[in-house]
Design a binder for this molecule. Structure first.
Ligand code: TTP
Ligand code: MG
Length: 388
């Protein structure tokens, strides 16, 4: 059966909230982000983007490009609250909502059109509901799968509503650069360009054999399907995910506690990012340990309050490891979080607010440039390269 997936993404989210709440900012270039000399831009209003200001740019550059802009430190607590309102609307429009970040999500609306109306009209209603209930503008992409829906929501921002059907793939998708494929970062884009594949169309018409030689079978197949506009990943609701976790099997067994600590930090960072991206906090943290002889242990700990920040997850996992009685060479480590609470209600504690701000900036970079962009300082070698 043909599916209908909606991808909804708020326009200039943080800046739009500021413009909504301060009449004097409307129609003006508003830049939200770290205001210290080494700060980065979280986002810029569309007025500011005309000056060449965009997310993840050093604040100093933004000030140079847009000296008369309105520069604000941002209010993450408020943005989280607004985000919760937006997701409440999503949840009314579909029982299948997958949160992707603070201002975006996928909705599976397959079958809804029979109950209600045509998909496009349904998307119009959703945009209207968001505007009515939050005073903010969203862009919506509508397509038979997640990949195309995400491309579509970005095509006519701000206030966009773009439908891509299967027949439109060649016309709409193929002229786009390969970097628009979700998961194609700079490195993969370079490899594709070396093969002569600059656009998604060139990739689609390229040779699977050459692609496999360059990227391996799994990635090559996946990319080829996406280039043809095919993507059968389901919309996964946060509720369905029983746990969010990551594990690593090491090329060489870990022998010292320091090595273990270092890998726990890597894992905690990956799990934290996944939790926050889904707007979740976990009450239970589980550590999985597989020894060199393949015996496998799990240890779990339920905390008094749910957590989602890397260092909190790291501390919980580290504690579990410290009381783990067996020592010896370790082949695999895994951390997972479960017992979810939806993030949103905000702590009034100053240190939590600081963390929220810090992680807001980090997650923004990860969202833009991929998960690998930021790693914790202890993981860096002296030459500045990351280890694992
Ligand atoms: P985005 O949806 O990527 O950006 P946006 O909503 O500001 O603008 P657009 O109209 O292009 O969608 O990110 C949502 C929010 O996440 C954004 O308002 C601020 C935050 N963010 C950062 O803090 N840093 C970043 O680098 C990015 C990309 C986003
Ligand atoms: Mg957005």
């Amino acid at each position: 059966m043909q599916r209908w997936i909606m991808h909804v993404d708020m326009d200039a989210f943080f800046a739009s909230v500021e413009q909504r709440d301060h009449e004097e900012y409307r129609g003006k270039p508003v830049i939200v982000g770290g205001l210290s000399p080494r700060g980065v831009v979280s986002t810029a209003s569309y007025e500011a983007r005309r000056f060449g200001v965009h997310s993840a740019m050093p604040m100093s550059t933004a000030r140079r490009r847009c000296p008369d802009g309105i520069f604000l430190p941002g209010n993450f607590a408020l943005y989280r609250q607004v985000s919760a309102q937006i997701f409440a609307v999503f949840n009314r429009f579909s029982p299948r909502v997958e949160p992707i970040s603070i201002d975006e999500g996928f909705l599976d609306i397959t079958g809804m059109e029979r109950l209600m109306t045509q998909p496009r009209a349904y998307a119009v209603q959703l945009k209207q509901a968001i505007r009515r209930e939050t005073g903010l503008v969203a862009s919506v992409g509508l397509a038979p799968n997640k990949f195309l829906a995400k491309i579509a929501s970005d095509m006519d921002k701000p206030d966009g509503l773009v439908v891509i059907s299967s027949e439109d793939v060649e016309r709409i998708l193929w002229p786009l650069p390969v970097s628009r494929i979700w998961g194609v970062g700079k490195k993969t884009a370079e490899r594709l360009s070396a093969l002569g594949y600059l656009t998604i169309g060139q990739l689609a018409q390229g040779s699977l054999t050459r692609l496999t030689a360059s990227l391996g079978q799994h990635a090559a197949r996946q990319l080829m399907a996406l280039a043809h506009g095919q993507d059968d990943r389901p919309v996964e609701t946060a509720r369905e995910a029983q746990s969010v976790g990551r594990e690593i099997t090491f090329d060489r067994d870990l022998c010292t506690d320091e090595e273990v600590a270092e890998q726990l930090l890597v894992l905690a960072g990956q799990v934290g990012w996944r939790l926050r991206r889904a707007g979740l906090q976990a009450k239970t943290i589980q550590l999985k340990i597989r020894m060199a002889d393949f015996t496998t242990y799990t240890r779990r700990h339920t905390l008094p309050t749910a957590i989602c920040y890397d260092e909190d997850i790291y501390v919980a996992a580290r504690e579990l490891f410290q009381v783990f009685p067996r020592r010896g060479a370790i082949r695999l480590l895994g951390i997972s979080g479960s017992g979810f609470e939806t993030a949103g209600e905000l702590s009034l504690f100053a240190d939590t607010r600081k963390k929220e701000e810090l992680y807001g900036a980090i997650d923004g970079l990860k969202k833009r440039f991929g998960e690998q962009i930021i790693t914790k300082a202890p993981l860096l070698h002296k030459d500045g390269r990351g280890k694992p």
